[in-house]
Write a protein that binds this ligand. Structure first.
Ligand code: F6R
Length: 588
């Protein structure tokens, strides 16, 4: 999704900006640009497509500039709509969505101003250019007119040694070292040995002026002090390590991701959280996409093992659902990136209504971590491929650990999690068999994934993975629900993947297998119940090691991830950078 970088200091800005943009590339974008200011002149280079298309910008002279990678929301992906946008000597890069852009633009146009893009963002440059006072005050006044979300970095020909930054509901961090001052939309783009990094809080502003330390201001423009963020400067984009794609590499890292993310919550560092768990009456789990699916798995495990009422919510729905948050609610916000706008907003709403917030995230110092009362880290390591894989399994390891701690707090027991985790490597090896299934999926019209109980959540995740990287329509469905309408879609061109890991429910799910087979579907089985095999109605199967059924998505997700991966590459798609998608969804 959109990324911001900015620099002012002693060095040439262009190479620093381009390097920062490269570090943001993995997030997904469709155009890029930089602007450099020199002797009162703004030089802007923008391109549709990749950052490497900005090569011509490397030679720009000037020690101050801003750069951007854009993921289109308002206006097509094109050079015209790429940032930076310039109006009246003011240059901006913007992440977020300006919800009242149409009305603001109409007012500017009524004054005779001409727009040069179709974006919602350009209006910010117009508003700032129309304000009086220095760049900080002009930016402040302009921001007060904006509805929606923004992280913005602003240059002005009138103040050639200053970048002004502002944020609301979209992350922004500032860095400084002896070479100069930096701004970026996330820590990896500014991380460097010896560089101090500070995060802007919601509603704050920052002024980066050459030769001075960064200054920060609250929403009333009162100067505020800032704590430095402690981060891992060594963390950089990992190499592919001999793999063709990051996605395959990241799937191969699942066993380590799981074992590192198992967590003993009785240990000292979690004592405050444990105290809260003992008094927790309800769980509200908020998350999006894959993280929502791991949230469903927590809902299931917490109810089953701790007998605590738990509900997983899609964060974008929760935030507008006027939720009832009873006393004693713990809100568990699950997010790989810790920057997903909807998850942040849902967690903030739960907090506002009295819940304690527990962040379950893979990125230390992320916005989610900073706004939460407690943190349960997932330790999957940096995930680069847009499709979440190892982070899902790591979330499950952490969330099942949480379910176990909740159960113990109620003098109940959960099945041993370590035993399930120890099967992950064996499951990964078995999962490779799905490669032989590919020919059945290439010409499919759509694909169904079926399961019951925890297998249903795995089915949802398998379907999402297939959709996002193979672009095949698919649905994850509760096995028992198919016959209530959707069975009408099943025919010889709809392969069905059935997931069966709970011996108590196996016969029930196998009934659905009989039903879809009878309608001509080729059936593929992912199971840990040997009694389901052999079955004449099953075209091919993967037999996984047995584990407690509630924990099985930690294993069944592996053949599902690999199936999506192999189908995607067989269809000629780049599984690391699926069309239209971004790694970190920082807009609503
Ligand atoms: C799917 C995927 C997305 C993310 C979702 C939430 O493979 O990656 O569905 O899971 O955008 O992202 P995070 O976990 O960063 O909040």
């Amino acid at each position: 999704m959109c990324g911001i970088v900015g620099y002012v200091g002693e060095e040439r800005a262009a190479p620093i900006l381009l390097e920062g943009l490269q570090r943001l590339e993995y997030r997904g974008y469709d155009s890029a640009g930089i602007a450099v200011l020199r002797e009162g002149q703004l030089a802007v280079v923008r391109r549709k497509g990749r950052v490497k298309g900005l090569g011509a910008a490397r030679s720009l002279e000037g020690e101050i500039g801003v750069g951007h990678t854009r993921w289109a929301t308002h206006g097509a992906p094109s050079e015209r709509n790429a940032h930076p946008h310039v109006y009246g000597g003011v240059c901006i890069v913007h992440n977020g969505i300006i919800e009242n852009a149409a009305a603001l633009r109409a007012a500017c146009e009524a004054r005779g101003e001409v727009f040069s893009s179709d974006t919602d963002s350009e209006v910010i440059a117009h508003l700032i250019a129309a304000e009086k006072g220095d760049l900080l005050h002009a930016t402040y006044s302009a921001c007060r007119k904006l509805a929606g979300s923004y992280a913005v970095a602003v240059l002005s020909a009138a103040e050639p040694d200053t970048i002004v930054c502002a944020r609301r509901a979209s992350p922004l961090v500032v860095g400084c070292d002896e070479r100069g001052l930096y701004v970026a939309s996330d820590i990896p783009a500014v991380a460097a040995a010896g560089r101090k990094v500070y995060a802007l809080a919601d509603g704050e502003f920052a002024v980066l002026r050459k030769g001075s330390p960064p200054r920060f201001f609250d929403g009333a423009l009162k100067a505020v002090g800032k704590q430095e963020i402690v981060y891992d400067a060594a963390e950089d984009i990992p190499a592919k390590g001999g793999f063709r794609h990051y996605m395959k590499k990241e799937i191969s890292e699942v066993p380590e991701a799981v074992s590192r993310s198992l967590c003993d919550l009785s240990k000292g560092e979690f004592s405050d959280l444990c105290e809260v768990l003992c008094h927790t009456q309800y769980l509200h789990i908020v998350a999006c996409g894959t993280a929502y699916h791991s949230g469903l798995c927590l809902q299931y495990a917490a109810q089953k093992f701790a007998r605590i009422p738990a509900e997983a919510f899609i964060a974008s729905e929760y935030r507008y659902s006027d939720p009832i948050v009873p006393p004693g609610t713990l809100a568990v916000a699950v997010s790989q990136s810790g920057e997903t706008a909807d998850t942040l907003a849902a967690a903030a709403l739960a907090k506002e209504r009295g819940a304690k917030v527990l962040a379950v995230t893979n990125v230390p110092c992320s916005s989610l971590e900073r706004m939460s009362d407690f943190v349960l880290p997932t330790r999957a390591g940096r995930e680069i491929a847009v499709a979440a894989t190892k982070s899902f399994n790591a979330q499950l390891a952490a969330l099942y650990s949480l379910a176990g701690a909740l159960a113990r707090g109620r003098e109940r027991a959960a099945p041993p999690l370590a035993a399930a985790a120890s099967c992950v490597r064996e499951a990964l090896a078995a999962a490779e068999q799905v490669r032989g299934w590919i020919p059945y999926f290439l010409g499919a019209r759509s694909v169904f994934f079926l399961g019951r109980g925890a297998d249903y959540f795995a089915a949802l995740e398998g379907s999402l993975k297939l959709k996002e990287i193979s672009y095949l329509p698919s649905e994850g469905y509760p096995a028992g629900e198919l016959k209530h309408g959707t069975l009408a879609l099943v025919d010889g061109r709809t392969p069905v993947v059935a997931i069966v890991t709970d011996p108590a429910l196996a016969d029930k799910t196998m009934n659905a297998v009989h039903e879809v087979y009878a309608r001509g579907a080729a059936v593929f089985l992912i199971t840990s119940v040997p009694a389901c095999l052999p079955c004449a109605e099953v075209t091919a199967s993967v037999l996984l090691p047995k584990c407690a059924p509630a924990y099985s998505p930690m294993l069944t997700s592996l053949p599902l991830q690999l199936l999506a991966y192999y189908v995607a590459i067989a269809r000629g798609n780049d599984p690391d950078k699926p069309r239209n998608l971004a790694k970190s969804v920082t807009v609503e």
